[in-house]
Design a protein around this ligand. Structure first.
Ligand code: ZN
Ligand code: ZN
Length: 240
């Protein structure tokens, strides 16, 4: 489907109401749209490419494809790419909630490891006019909405923040952000080979190692990857 039509329009509309979609959800939205419009399904990526090429002429809206840093899972997210103000993207939250949001975001970007302890932030953010249980509920809401991801009591950057706040984060934290050696995109949390400081995305490493026939050598320094095997991967997925 390379010509913009009703299927593209309806699919885009569904993203306005539900901006964060896993690949399976995006495919289901596509399937339903085709069914409704009586059309054959084609490639999801081609559909998204055509939508982006068309709406780029009139809006700053875009459907971004992004992978979760924790699980490597693929997401499709409708985002306003021109927004340099994080508040525009989070305006549906209360003032206090936005304050917490900004602090968590700041702490994750500034952290050495790309993640922070959820318990510590409840104690540290004591100057926010909220009880700890309210704060904890607020953070849980941000996790549910895709802004942050939580695993084993630690908070990571979520797919939505990575997609929607990329322009803001790159501008504000210029010297504090890193990029993945494989896809050159922004990375907050990823995997190290154990021999060099480079951090790579899980999904990028998977693709890279598959293309090198399972030869698990670090893409940056070529050292043997110390813990790359299927057990390690399934452990990552189970616990996320
Ligand atoms: Zn990458
Ligand atoms: Zn290395």
């Amino acid at each position: 489907m390379t010509t913009y039509g009703d299927v593209h329009r309806r699919f885009l509309q569904s993203f306005v109401y539900h901006p964060v979609n896993t690949e399976a959800e995006a495919l289901e939205a596509y399937r339903l749209t085709c069914e409704e419009q009586g059309q054959e399904m084609g490639s999801l990526n081609q559909l998204v490419d055509t939508i982006n090429a068309t709406i780029r002429k009139y809006t700053t809206l875009e459907i971004k494809t992004i992978f979760c840093e924790l699980t490597g899972q693929k997401y499709y997210i409708a985002t306003n790419t021109a927004d340099l103000k994080w508040t525009k993207n989070t305006s549906r939250y209360s003032k206090n909630e936005q304050l917490i949001f900004r602090k968590v975001l700041d702490d994750i970007v500034r952290s050495e490891t790309g993640n922070i302890s959820s318990i510590t932030c409840l104690n540290v953010y004591s100057n926010v006019n909220m009880s700890k249980s309210e704060m904890s509920a607020t953070i849980a809401k941000f996790v549910r909405d895709g802004w942050f991801a939580e695993k084993k009591g630690r908070l990571y950057m979520g797919v939505r923040a990575a997609a929607e706040l990329e322009p803001f984060i790159t501008q504000v934290y210029q010297d504090m952000t890193s990029s993945c050696p494989l896809c050159k995109k922004l990375i907050f949390w990823g995997h190290r080979c154990g021999s060099c400081p480079e951090v790579s995305h899980l999904h990028c490493l998977r693709k890279f190692f598959a293309s090198t026939s399972g030869d698990a050598a670090c893409p940056a320094c070529r050292a043997r990857w110390h813990n790359w095997d299927e057990d390690y991967l399934s452990d990552m997925e189970e616990s996320s």
